[in-house]
Design a protein around this ligand. Structure first.
Ligand code: GDP
Ligand code: IMO
Ligand code: MG
Length: 418
């Protein structure tokens, strides 16, 4: 029996999808517990690329997949995604999952536009407005989507209010009439009713029965709505504690809490980025690492590895181990810089300050490590060059958490287990 949690340790896109696919081999259940289709998780198997936004990345391994209560679910996106999968899948969706409606997308875009320079740089997928409705207790849940009469009542009640908000405050439109929305979503509800199931109960039973459960986090620790770089964050909790509230299982110790750490740092959207690089070197890493958003295609901002960020992520998530990804992308650099501390108002900091005002004043203190080469064909840790191992071990020692997985290419097999 084992329970494993996979969490992004930085700002998302660390390679969670790849690691989940790899670990899904030994899992019985794979569970998404936070976020929605703002996520883009990539899995590459035998040269074929799969991109998941809502489906757990265990789908290709044919594992039973769960979309838990904590998810913001866009049924149109799920339909597309299911259509792309070649094999039959086993999927359960919790009745409590929140539904993203067309007005959420329209509001997300309208609010961003109205913010002008202060925009967050959201994915535009309606995530913030959908979760805002959940907190306001007006959201539409999956159990209502699948029952035409309840859906109709909810849409009747909400359409006018959302339309007025969009028109009067933002000068925008939902883009679809109430009748069109009702027709589309009633059909989607009918199609998806077969997936309705109590994820909280099923996962609790599975854990009790000794099954191997894999929890797949979306986004990254510093996009957490409380503990990230607020307000430049998402509207859910990508940290490990959210597994309990997002799935509805009792507090327990997990066997493995794996922090997925990219060997450098990237961020999409606005917000502070202490180790950010600009210019030629940034362009080179972006190109080699194919750092363009899986969901929106936006170029990702890139920078050096940031240890204060990771030290804070370890505290917030309780990582028992780290998976270091994309080591190969740093190939051929003369040196690889690692930020060991922040300097802020003459003080040295080992962790990320809570207040954005302070974080924005932080500058990185770097240690220069020698550049290295990774072939991508190494199977054992000992086959990596000495300089590549020095990089891994420097990070491991500084963080005090073992690096058990080293990823040296996008493919499933381009992975070293220690
Ligand atoms: P996720 O959101 O955390 O699942 O990450 P994304 O899929 O959005 O972005 C990670 C990208 O890096 C994807 O294109 C992966 O195929 C790719 N990737 C993952 N691990 C590695 C690696 O070790 N090396 C290289 N070169 N690419 C990787
Ligand atoms: P995965 O799971 C990277 C970022 C957006 C924006 C902020 C808020 O692939 O790692 P939102 O649409 O959630 O309201 O946008 O969060 N963001 C991500 N960045 N990877 C993700 O997911 C992200 N999901 C949201 O770019 O800055
Ligand atoms: Mg991603």
């Amino acid at each position: 029996m084992s329970s494993t949690v996979v969490i992004g340790a930085q700002y998302g896109d660390e390679g969670k999808g790849k690691v989940v696919d790899l670990l899904a081999d030994k899992a019985d259940l794979v569970v998404r517990f936070n976020g929605g289709n703002n996520a883009g998780h990539t899995v590459v198997v035998k040269g074929k690329k799969y991109k998941f936004h809502l489906m757990p990345s265990g789908a290709i391994q044919g594992k039973k997949c769960f979309i838990a209560a904590g998810i913001a679910l866009d049924p149109k996106v799920l339909k597309q995604e299911l259509g792309q999968l070649e094999q039959e899948i086993s999927l359960v969706i919790d009745p409590r999952a929140q539904i993203i409606m067309p007005w959420h997308n329209a509001l997300d875009l309208a609010k961003e536009e109205a913010k002008g320079k202060a925009k967050i740089g959201t994915t535009g997928r309606g995530i913030g407005p959908c979760y805002a409705d959940r907190v306001s207790r007006t959201g539409i849940r999956f159990c209502e989507l699948v029952e035409a009469q309840r859906l109709k009542e909810k849409v009747e009640r909400q359409f006018g209010e959302k339309q007025a908000l969009l028109q009067k405050v933002f000068g925008k439109e939902i883009g679809q009439s109430k009748e069109e929305i009702l027709a589309d979503y009633t059909t989607l509800g009918e199609e998806f009713s077969k997936y309705l199931g109590d994820v909280s109960m099923e996962v609790s039973e599975a854990l009790k029965g000794g099954k191997n459960v894999l929890f797949e986090g979306a986004q990254g620790t510093f996009l957490d709505n409380d503990f990230g770089t607020y307000p430049y964050v998402t509207s859910s909790h990508p940290t490990a504690g959210a597994v309990f509230t997002g799935v509805g299982i009792g507090a327990r110790a997990f066997d493995r809490v794996i922090g997925i750490v990219k060997a450098y740092t990237t961020r999409v959207g606005e917000g502070p980025f202490v180790t950010e690089l600009k210019g030629e070197l940034a362009d080179k890493i972006r190109t080699v690492g194919a750092e363009f958003g899986t969901t929106t295609g936006r170029p990702r901002r890139v920078g050096w590895l940031d240890l204060p960020l990771l030290t804070t992520a370890i505290r917030l998530n309780g990582f028992t181990e780290i998976a270091l990804t994309k080591l190969d992308v740093l190939n051929g650099l003369e040196k690889a810089l690692v930020c060991t501390e922040y300097e802020c108002d003459g003080k040295r900091l080992k962790e990320v300050p809570a207040d954005l005002k302070e974080l924005e004043k932080c500058t990185p203190v770097f240690e220069d490590l020698p550049g290295f080469e990774v072939k991508g064909s190494e199977k054992e840790y000992g086959e990596l060059s000495e300089k590549a191992r020095s990089y891994v071990e420097f990070v491991e020692k500084a963080l005090g958490v073992p690096t058990k997985i080293v990823s040296i290419g996008p493919g499933r097999e381009e992975t070293i287990l220690r």
